[in-house]
Ligand binder design. Structure first.
Ligand code: ADP
Ligand code: MG
Length: 318
């Protein structure tokens, strides 16, 4: 099968056509229209087998996750998703694998109405690069360098589940039925696109948590030149994670394991009521975990005042 048959067969009709795509797959470039008075947000992420997902991950989960992690980057900017391109390198043309991959990819593409507008297909060790495009309104997007002293720090969802899921997937933990939801969280993260877009009216600062809260919050602090006080006992932990750790939560693991794909953001306390309304509307758990302070670094504090010191930072993919 030639490269062109493969592209036509699997990718040309994979996603629905959008009116703002003048030329999609099939020419040397895609030609698209950015709406008047909006700005283009772009991001690219590469997934490598054994680095970004365990070797045994199903094709469908890989296809889903390749798009999910990119949608998460758009979410962190408060952007509206528009289009994607896909650079796929794989060892051979395995029809079953490709069908699974396309199923997972198409599921999220349909959910967020993103059109696949181009890409590249080559032979080699499995590697998937997805470039995503979205729109923001000028002056109304979320950035890492906009945290202000005194602002409250919030996170969406729960932290640490994907890390437990990864430990199961790597057979470092027995994958009990109680931990299935953690494996699901690892393979099928829910990009917080709606949340990001809702936040633009009440927040200026956000990041998506891909490498653990400690490392990703630190990116906000570095860019905004401030510090944070985090209340460890306020961190949102799932029932599954709490049951797994019983009375002794591994905070190191919760703070540094990757793949959560939740948003961490800051708001002025005056906006808290609006945030509560957003949480209710999106049916999404949003948790206040701390406050922005003067200084450098993150101070982790228990309710009883005891301090917690991290021994390692987040997951480093390089
Ligand atoms: P060129 O040689 O001009 O770069 P290609 O032969 O690589 O073009 O690709 C032909 C067309 O198919 C292009 O429009 C390209 O964007 C698209 N394409 C190639 N691979 C993929 C893919 N994996 N997913 C989506 N579109 C693809
Ligand atoms: Mg060309």
């Amino acid at each position: 099968v030639s490269e062109f048959n493969l592209i036509n067969h699997y990718f040309k009709q994979l996603t629905a056509s959008k009116a703002d795509v003048i030329l999609g797959i099939g020419d040397d470039c895609a030609i698209t229209r950015v709406p008047d008075a909006r700005l283009l947000a772009t991001s690219i992420d590469t997934l490598i087998s054994g680095v970004h997902f365990p070797h045994g991950t199903s094709a469908e989960d890989i296809g889903y996750k390749a798009l999910a992690v990119n949608l998460s980057d758009l979410a962190a900017m408060g952007a509206q998703p528009a289009w994607v391109s896909l650079a796929l390198t794989m060892p051979d043309e395995n029809a079953q694998w490709l069908q699974g991959f396309c199923r997972g990819f198409a599921q999220l593409a349909q959910q967020y109405n993103v059109q696949l507008i181009g890409g590249d297909t080559t032979r080699g060790d499995l590697s998937i690069s997805v470039q995503i495009y979205g729109f923001v309104e000028p002056q109304k997007f979320l950035r890492r360098d906009r945290a202000q002293l005194g602002e409250l720090i919030y996170v969406s969802g729960y932290l640490g589940d994907a890390g437990l899921g990864l430990a199961c997937a790597l057979n470092k933990l027995a994958s009990t039925s109680a931990l299935q939801s953690c494996i699901q969280q690892l393979n099928r993260p829910l990009p917080r696109v709606e949340l990001g877009q809702s936040l633009i009216d009440i927040s200026a600062c956000a990041i998506d948590i891909s490498d653990g809260l400690a490392a990703d919050l630190q990116h906000i602090l570095d860019a905004s030149q401030c510090a944070a006080l985090i209340e460890l006992d306020a961190l949102p932990l799932s029932a599954e994670l709490k049951a797994h750790y019983a009375e002794r939560v591994d905070w190191q693991q919760v703070l540094t394991s990757g793949d959560d794909y939740e948003l961490c953001f800051t708001i002025d306390a005056a906006e808290e009521n609006k945030l509560i309304a957003i949480a209710a509307q999106l049916k999404l758990k949003l948790t206040k975990i701390g406050v922005i302070k003067q200084g450098v670094g993150i101070e982790f504090m228990h309710l009883n005042g005891a301090e917690f010191t991290l021994t390692t930072a987040g997951y480093n993919h390089f």
